[in-house]
Design a protein around this ligand. Structure first.
Ligand SMILES: Cc1ncc(COP(=O)(O)O)c(C=O)c1O
Length: 433
């Protein structure tokens, strides 16, 4: 090529959650039945939307309105509805102009980092949800900047680590929190959130809170939203319908800007995000039309509560199966629908194996693992080949820990028990081989 094509940050883009699928597809062709525990899509795991929700969407499809463009920031009535919901928390107050819609939160996330100066860094949790960490690293042309979530303390953030990294790195302009968290299922305690807001205030930072799971909590937990605790600190809450409705195929998410009147530079940043959407014309309209009708329906609360209860029951079933394995650090989850399970230090070794009966599959897995790879990736490939369970290695979530992420989405509890028993048996065989 006449010139170098790629920007510095291009190497930072990877998405193991989908990469592992390519490996699983190869094994599937050899006759291995795959349990997909890698992707957070409730619909793919056979969750069925209630008929009344489908009827609302069907009515919108039958009308004419859904087929045109909508205002760049999104439908005014929908933004009014969402602003009123946020204002009802009684914390920070917003107007419809403080909301901008995107084509899924993935679109919002890539735009949020794209327009920051290369030297302006947003520090996020590790293990990291790679859509954030890759986008942030790609903008900076450097590897992600992270604070530690502590598996020995319920996956809560290590606040000393966060404080020191913020204090000694003047490039940090923002803190990312994902609450409830993907990939750990942790729900930030109120005091932790308050402390993070205090750190942001002390160092004049803004906060990004990915709250796509904010209404998915269970087993007694409740998630505090950024709007409730942010006070006068500038911040962006990111929300969407991919998980909560759930309607991931709609590609619909939005940002809520908090306290943009308090800090001119932050206000300009919000304007740039709005302008970026304006250049694209607008985001998906049909889901925006559906949001007030569905979320405003009295049946929605009961539906969400029942769905959360089911996730909570699965969380306990998984805990019953896995928490007794002594080589694992296992935390019960209280939000979102993932769990990250860690191998204790020194338990993974390069010779370990699980017996793979299918000779072709065995050769394939041996080919993948006969080269220097992360120990947890090696385990994950053996689990895939031997038991057909597709999980994601945690080392690919910007983490030095060794482990794997599972989802809590299997609707059929018999299949759930079978899958997690297979995972446990695979772990025990691997560690004792
Ligand atoms: C924390 C988090 N943020 C954002 C997204 C992306 O959501 P969307 O489907 O709206 O792009 C996901 C999807 O898994 C997620 O887990």
């Amino acid at each position: 090529m006449r010139q170098r094509l790629l920007a510095e940050g291009a190497n930072e883009l990877s998405y193991e959650i989908r990469e592992i699928v390519k490996k699983a597809e190869q094994l599937k062709k050899l006759g291995i039945r795959i349990s997909w525990e890698n992707i957070g899509d409730p619909i793919q795991k056979n969750h069925k939307l209630p008929q009344w929700i489908k009827d609302i969407i069907a009515d919108l499809v039958k009308g004419d309105d859904a087929y045109s463009y909508c205002p760049s920031k999104g439908m005014l009535e929908t933004r009014q509805f969402l602003a009123a919901q946020t204002n009802a928390y009684g914390g920070v107050q917003i107007a419809p102009e403080d909301i901008c819609f995107f084509n899924g939160l993935g679109d919002a996330i890539s735009k949020a980092y794209q327009f920051l100066a290369h030297t302006a860094r947003v520090i996020g949790p590790s293990p990291a949800y790679s859509t954030h960490s890759s986008a942030e690293a790609a903008h900076a042309g450097h590897e992600p900047l992270t604070y530690r979530l502590d598996p020995d303390n319920h996956w809560y953030p290590d606040l000393d680590d966060l404080y020191n990294k913020v204090k000694y790195n003047p490039n940090v302009v923002g803190i990312l929190i994902i609450n409830p968290d993907n990939p750990t299922g942790m729900v930030y305690p109120l005091e932790t959130l308050q402390r993070i807001v205090a750190i942001a205030k002390e160092f004049n930072l803004f906060i990004i809170a990915d709250e796509i799971y904010i209404n998915i909590t269970y087993n007694g937990a409740r998630a505090y939203s950024l709007a409730e605790i942010i006070g006068s600190v500038p911040g962006i809450s990111m929300k969407g319908i991919s998980k909560e409705l759930p309607w991931p195929g709609s590609r619909c998410g939005w940002m809520e800007y908090y306290n943009r009147d308090k800090e001119p530079e932050f206000d300009r940043f919000c304007n740039v995000l709005d302008n970026a959407k304006m250049i694209e014309v607008c985001s998906t309209k049909l889901p925006q039309l559906a949001i007030p009708r569905i979320f405003g329906d009295p049946r929605f609360k009961a539906y969400r509560e029942a769905t959360n209860e089911n996730i909570g029951r699965r969380a306990r079933i998984i805990a019953d199966i896995l928490h007794t394995v002594p080589e694992l650090t296992f935390n019960e989850t209280y939000g979102a629908f993932y769990n990250t399970i860690i191998f204790r230090e020194g338990t993974l070794k390069p010779h370990q194996k699980i017996k793979i009966d299918n000779a072709e599959a065995r050769r394939l897995v041996e080919g993948w693992t006969n080269q220097p790879i992360q120990p947890d990736k090696r385990f994950v490939y053996y689990l895939l080949g031997a038991k057909g369970v597709c999980v994601v290695p945690i080392s690919s979530f910007c983490s030095e820990l060794q482990g794997f992420r599972v989802t809590l989405l299997e609707e059929n509890e018999e299949v759930l028990v079978q899958t997690f028993t297979a995972i446990r048996d695979g772990i025990v065989e691997y560690l004792n081989s």
